[in-house]
Design a protein around this ligand. Structure first.
Ligand SMILES: Cc1cc2nc3c(=O)[nH]c(=O)nc-3n(C[C@H](O)[C@H](O)[C@H](O)COP(=O)(O)OP(=O)(O)OC[C@H]3O[C@@H](n4cnc5c(N)ncnc54)[C@H](O)[C@@H]3O)c2cc1C
Length: 502
């Protein structure tokens, strides 16, 4: 049997296996867009449950919600969401040294050269402040301030409660005709041509379909286990393979950014929601025992844990292809890097958009090949961006950090690092998630100082350069000063919907 798709069957019935964030995002996007012409069924098992983590997002989520016509205030109120303006990386460059990777743009570019070249010149001449001082979102994050500004004046994303988000999307999807089947999938039936024919439930019922979306999480029940798509292991670049997650009560006003605190063999996250805080430690089991990880996590909490920390094990990497025959995998079923730059929910929405844009009348191998090529390229860039944080660091204080600094990195990443180190230049390839300013913020933040700046910056004499830099900074500070405190803004914009007592 060859591995290509059979092309004869029209796609009418879509079956989504799994009801975590990925499954319900798929149901929402498919039913909202094509619900009138498709028959959509989602199968999930309350007994198995979901991973229940995944609470920090990036700004592309706003686009996903706009495409689906999801009201932001309703969504935020329903999921206890807060605003995320970026990630504060604490102790990543070296112990005690912090920086923020914000979602904003920094300064003003010239068409020949990005703002960093003018900043580098200003820095060398003693005229420039910190790079982040020229970025509105970054300064607003530091001051705990936020408001929606006219003309998309602030780039932001959300922190959200993953369980509540799945519930919110379930209501939304059912409103557009998605049918839900509760129960455990016992096996997956394939037809003679090798396509998936049906999910067979524990009670013997069959859920038949033409196109299957595998959202079964790390199990990858359809794409991995049934269709045998191999997993590409990236653990030689990304050493973290374990996480412990726990929630605490909020004891402080919610801050508008995620905290990522580097530790001895990985890092810890802190994600503030309206009603609680999500905490976790991501670590390499090669360098840290579970008990030591638990102690580090619990020892650093701001409030007592609400339950015993939950262990999650994973292998960083992705399936060799994420669409095979009549099965597309989304979310953890397709792969997982690690949560450092909060890219997984983004990848679900991005791949759903791609799937909807190439949605087949009948499944054709050309569509599959194009989809797989695009997803692979996108994932490779994100992988490189995440590796960058571990590799470029001055930390050598533990065996973990020494191993990170000594690893052989992908050639694609080596090129970017060298280009920036030698010339201050960055680039963005088409469809790449992280834009120039993300690469600059993280490369500077992790400790690379470019050896030169673009000659166009030399056209400005010191007084002019000083006025240019001062003008941008002044504008940023004036805007930040007028913003309300983030926690106060949430109280009026999207107070969390609380269940009414009976
Ligand atoms: C430690 C950690 C931190 C993370 N942090 C972030 C983050 O900050 N931001 C981000 O974007 N992403 C993050 N992620 C990733 C994010 O959690 C996932 O991408 C997201 O939750 C989607 O998960 P999922 O729906 O693919 O899988 P799951 O949540 O595992 O859902 C799987 C579904 O399949 C069902 N299922 C499985 N087997 C069967 C069966 N036999 N029968 C019936 N149903 C079945 C389950 O019941 C469940 O409904 C993180 C992941 C981890 C591990």
């Amino acid at each position: 049997m060859d591995d290509t798709a059979s092309v004869s069957k029209p796609v009418r019935r879509v079956v989504i296996a799994g009801g975590g964030t990925a499954g319900w995002m798929a149901a929402a996007a498919l039913s909202r867009t094509l619900g009138k012409v498709l028959d959509i069924t989602l199968v999930e098992s309350e007994e198995i449950g979901t991973v229940g983590v995944g609470e920090a997002t990036i700004p592309t989520m706003i686009t996903f919600h706009r495409l689906l016509d999801i009201n932001e205030q309703e969504f935020m109120a329903a999921t206890g969401a807060t605003i995320k303006l970026g990630i504060k990386f604490e102790g990543w460059r070296d112990v005690g040294q912090d920086y923020i990777h914000s979602f904003g743009t920094t300064g003003k570019d010239h068409w020949t050269a990005g703002f960093q070249h003018f900043w580098l010149k200003g820095r060398a001449r003693g005229l420039a402040r910190d790079y982040g001082d020229y970025c509105l979102e970054l300064r607003a994050a530091e001051e705990n301030r936020f408001a929606h500004l006219p003309r998309g004046g602030m780039n932001y994303a959300f922190h959200l409660d993953a369980g509540l988000y799945a519930k919110f999307l379930r209501r939304f999807s059912e409103g557009f005709g998605t049918k839900r089947v509760e129960g455990k999938i016992a096996s997956v039936d394939t037809s003679a041509d090798g396509d998936i024919a049906a999910l067979v439930m524990e009670d013997g019922t069959r859920v038949e379909g033409d196109l299957f979306i595998d959202c079964t999480g790390f199990r990858s029940l359809l794409l991995g286990q049934t269709l045998g798509v191999e997993f590409e292991d990236w653990s030689h670049w990304l050493f973290a393979d374990s996480a412990l997650a726990v929630q605490t009560e909020s004891v402080k006003p919610a801050i508008p950014y995620t905290r990522s605190m580097a530790g001895t063999a990985g890092w810890q996250w802190r994600i503030p929601l309206q009603h609680r805080v999500g905490n976790g430690i991501v670590y390499s089991s090669r360098f840290m025992e579970r008990e030591a990880a638990r102690e580090a996590l619990v020892g650093g909490l701001e409030a007592p844990p609400l339950f015993e920390p939950r262990l999650l094990r994973f292998t960083p990497g992705q399936r060799k292809v994420t669409w095979k025959r009549n099965c597309v995998a989304l979310g953890l079923a397709s792969g997982f890097l690690e949560p450092l730059e909060s890219t997984n929910i983004h990848l679900v929405s991005r791949n759903l958009t791609r799937l909807l844009q190439s949605f087949p009348h009948v499944i054709r191998q050309v569509d599959i090949d194009e989809y797989n090529a695009q997803t692979e390229t996108e994932m490779t860039h994100i992988r490189d961006f995440v590796i960058l944080h571990y590799y470029v660091t001055n930390r050598r204080d533990t065996p973990f950090w020494r191993a990170c600094a000594e690893m052989e990195i992908p050639a694609t990443l080596r090129h970017r690092i060298e280009l920036f180190r030698q010339t201050g230049r960055v680039f963005r390839v088409p469809n790449e998630l992280f834009a120039e300013n993300s690469w600059i913020q993280v490369m500077l933040g992790q400790g690379i100082t470019p050896q030169q700046h673009h000659p166009v910056a030399d056209l400005m004499e010191d007084p002019e350069l000083s006025r240019f830099l001062g003008g941008i900074h002044g504008h940023v500070e004036q805007t930040v000063a007028k913003l309300p405190l983030h926690a106060d803004y949430l109280k009026t914009y999207c107070p969390q919907a609380r269940p009414v007592a009976a």
